[in-house]
Write a protein that binds this ligand. Structure first.
Ligand SMILES: [Zn+2]
Length: 240
């Protein structure tokens, strides 16, 4: 065998070994849920961790979890790293779209990801009492509650809930009233985004506890919009 051939074979063998090791590590990482010791401990880490989870979900490589084992492990207590305010919508489960397990995130879910006094109380518990480092307000594409607010739907207790979204509808309405309808997807998207910002604003305006935690850097507040079709969450640039 030529010396050059031998060298090529050695390099090829080495490349295959490296690839195999890398693949086995990737599979190990993809198949086993992170242990609690890997949980983020700062607001910035928590935000990065949440974003990474959504990237896994949107690219179809979510962590394979033993939920029953997670249930046992977390039965004695919880230390979620984030609290997520999202919509009631059946397609927007936070654990799924952010690829998290049991005990990882708090959820506050009302139609239209609205923030009322009870949600504020829940978030005060989640952060001040239970130590979550991040609050994410996450709206979603084609939100039925937002569309209902645009259409001024009246239905029992839903009427009052939709009132909480109305300021976002009003602020998005332009002089061209014909385009400001629920039939216009761009207008709906605009209201969805404005509603996320509106609900984020409630957190620090109405809760002195959350305001203080955000001001002293104990928590980070971010906003995003979840695309139902792609699974991706686009975080808003000024969402903190
Ligand atoms: Zn919705």
């Amino acid at each position: 065998m030529q010396k050059e051939q031998l060298k090529t074979m050695k390099i090829t063998h080495l490349a295959v070994c490296v690839a195999l090791i890398a693949t086995s590590q990737l599979h190990a990482g993809a198949s086993v849920a992170d242990s609690s010791k890997n949980k983020p401990s700062t607001p910035d880490e928590a935000f990065a961790y949440l974003k990474a989870g959504n990237e896994r979900f949107a690219s179809g490589v979510g962590i394979r979890r033993d939920l029953l084992a997670e249930a046992r492990e977390t039965s004695g207590g919880q230390k979620p790293f984030a609290a997520i305010v999202s919509c009631l919508d059946s397609r927007t489960s936070s654990e799924l779209i952010f690829d998290q397990g049991l005990g990882d995130v708090f959820n506050a879910r009302l139609a239209g990801n609205v923030v009322d006094d009870d949600v504020l109380g829940s978030l005060e518990f989640a952060t001040k009492a239970a130590g979550a480092k991040l609050i994410a307000v996450v709206g979603h594409s084609s939100c039925g509650a937002v569309i209902g607010a645009i259409d001024d739907v009246k239905l029992g207790h839903l009427t009052g809930l939709l009132e909480r979204i109305k300021p976002a509808v009003e602020s998005a309405s332009t002089k061209n009233k014909e385009s400001c309808t629920s039939k216009n997807p761009e207008f709906v998207s605009e209201v969805v985004e404005r509603n996320v910002k509106l609900q984020m604003k409630q957190l620090t305006e109405k809760s002195p506890i959350l305001r203080e935690l955000a001001a002293n850097g104990s928590i980070k507040i971010v906003g995003g919009v979840h695309d139902l079709a792609t699974g991706k969450v686009r975080f808003l640039a000024d969402g903190n």
